[in-house]
Design a protein around this ligand. Structure first.
Ligand code: SF4
Length: 365
C-alpha cells in the first residue's frame, strides 16, 4: 500500500529524541494505547513495545486488552488486518507505515486464488472435495475465501493439525501462499513430496500442471515463498557443523525441505525462542530465521553461542519499514486526536475471515 512521506520535521531526528518523544506520547495516551512488536522488528521499536510475539500471539494480545482504544501494530499489513478481525470495532488497529507489507502474502491475491479454484474444479468436477488452507501470512480477503469454502487458517505452529483436519474433511488440500510450509507440513504428516504434491504457478494455465496430476495430487501448493527464509541453505548448515561440531541447527518451517531435513529442529518463531531460552548455558545454536530476532536472542542470552546461519545480514525488508520515526509520527498524531493509518477490514470480509480463524481455534485447540 502507498504511504505518504513523513512530514519533514520527522526526518533525520536523533534516536535519543525519537525515544524520548515516543515515551512522552505513550505516557500521555496511558491505557488507551497498546504497542505490539513483532519479533522481527529492530531493537529501536521493540524497546517501546508492550507485547512482543509472532503474528498470531500478538493478535491474541490485542484481543486481551479490551480497554485499549488504539492498537499500534509494529509488524506488517496482514498482521494488522488479523488484529482488526480479532478485536471489537471499538479498538482501532494502526500500522505505522502502510508500505510494510509481506512479500510472501503478496504472492497470492484473491483474483488468482479464485481463478485457480475454478480451474481445479473444472478438472476434478464433483468427484473430489478440495479443502483450502491459508497460512496466517495472507491478506484478509484470502482468509475470507477460505472461511467461505469450508477451510481453515493455520500458523507455522499448528499447520500439521490444521492440514490433517483438512484431509479428514476432503480429498485434497489447496495450501497457500507458502509452498514450503505446505510441503514441509505434508512431509511431517507422512506424504511424499514428489508423487503426492504439485506446485500451482498462478501465471501458468492449470498452474503448470496436467489434468492427470491435478486429479491425483493430495496437496496443491501455491508457488509462494518467504524471501528471508529462502536464503538458508544446506551448505550453510554444513559449514556451521564443520566450524562448531556441537552446534544445534534450528530453522523456521518456511525454509526449503532440504534445509529442514539437514537441520536438527524446525519450528515457529515462538518455538525457536522457547527452545533456545530453555537450553543449557554453553549450548551453541545456528538459527535459520530473521536476523533481528537472532541478534536479540544472542544479546539477551550471552551465556550461549547463538548465530544466524546466513553470514550476510538478512532482515525482513518490509518489517524494516517500521522506522522509529513512523512510530513517533503515529503516536504524536494520536495525542493530537488524529488517527493515522487505521486498518479496517470491511464487514463482509471480516465475517468470513473470522469463520476461518475461529475454525482454526476449534480445530487446533
Ligand atoms: S519474514 Fe517473510 S513471511 Fe515474515 S513478514 Fe517478512 S517476508 Fe513475510
Amino acid at each position: 500500500m502507498y504511504q505518504e512521506p513523513l512530514p519533514k520535521e520527522y526526518i533525520d531526528l536523533p534516536q535519543e529524541e525519537i525515544d524520548r518523544r515516543i515515551e512522552a506520547a505513550k505516557a500521555k495516551l496511558g491505557k488507551r494505547l497498546v504497542i505490539l512488536g513483532h519479533h522481527y522488528q529492530r531493537d529501536e521499536i521493540i524497546r517501546h513495545a508492550d507485547f512482543r510475539g509472532d503474528s498470531y500471539k500478538l493478535a491474541k494480545n490485542a484481543a486481551a486488552v479490551p480497554d485499549a482504544e488504539f492498537i499500534v501494530f509494529c509488524g506488517v499489513h496482514f498482521m494488522a488486518e488479523s488484529a482488526d478481525i480479532l478485536t471489537p470495532a471499538s479498538q482501532k488497529v494502526i500500522l505505522p507505515n502502510l508500505a510494510a507489507g509481506c512479500s510472501m502474502a503478496d504472492m497470492a491475491n484473491l483474483f488468482q486464488v479464485r481463478n485457480a479454484w475454478k480451474q481445479i474444479h473444472e478438472i476434478i468436477g464433483d468427484s473430489q472435495r478440495v479443502v483450502p488452507v491459508t497460512y496466517i501470512n495472507s491478506a484478509a480477503n484470502l482468509k475470507a475465501f477460505v472461511g467461505e469454502h469450508g477451510g481453515t487458517v493455520c500458523t507455522s505452529t499448528n499447520a500439521p493439525t490444521a492440514v490433517a483436519w483438512a484431509l479428514e474433511q476432503g480429498d485434497k488440500v489447496f495450501f497457500f501462499p507458502d509452498q514450503h510450509l505446505g510441503r514441509n507440513t505434508g512431509v511431517k504428516l507422512g506424504y511424499d513430496p514428489n508423487s503426492q504434491m504439485i506446485l500451482w504457478d498462478p501465471f501458468k494455465p492449470l498452474g503448470g500442471n496436467t489434468p492427470e496430476t491435478i486429479q491425483s495430487a493430495k496437496f496443491i501448493l501455491w508457488k509462494g515463498h518467504c524471501s528471508v527464509h529462502k536464503r538458508f541453505t544446506v551448505e550453510q548448515i554444513e559449514k556451521a557443523r564443520r566450524e562448531h561440531p556441537a552446534v544445534k541447527v534450528l530453522v523456521h518451517p518456511e525454509c526449503e525441505l532440504e534445509v529442514i531435513k539437514a537441520a536438527d529442529l524446525n519450528g515457529s518463531t515462538e518455538f525457536i525462542l522457547t527452545k533456545i531460552t530453555e537450553s543449557e548455558p554453553g549450548s551453541i545454536w545456528a538459527v535459520g530465521t530473521e536476523i533481528n530476532l537472532v541478534s536479540r536472542l544472542a544479546k539477551e542470552q550471552p551465556d550461549k553461542t547463538i548465530f544466524c546461519l546466513d553470514p550476510e545480514i538478512c532482515p525482513c525488508s518490509t518489517m524494516y519499514r517500521i522506522h522509529p520515526s513512523f512510530l513517533l509520527w503515529t503516536l504524536e498524531n494520536l495525542v493530537e486526536g488524529t488517527v493515522v493509518n487505521h486498518i479496517v477490514v470491511p464487514d463482509k470480509i471480516r465475517d468470513d475471515a473470522l469463520v476461518a480463524l475461529q475454525r482454526m481455534l476449534t480445530v487446533c485447540a
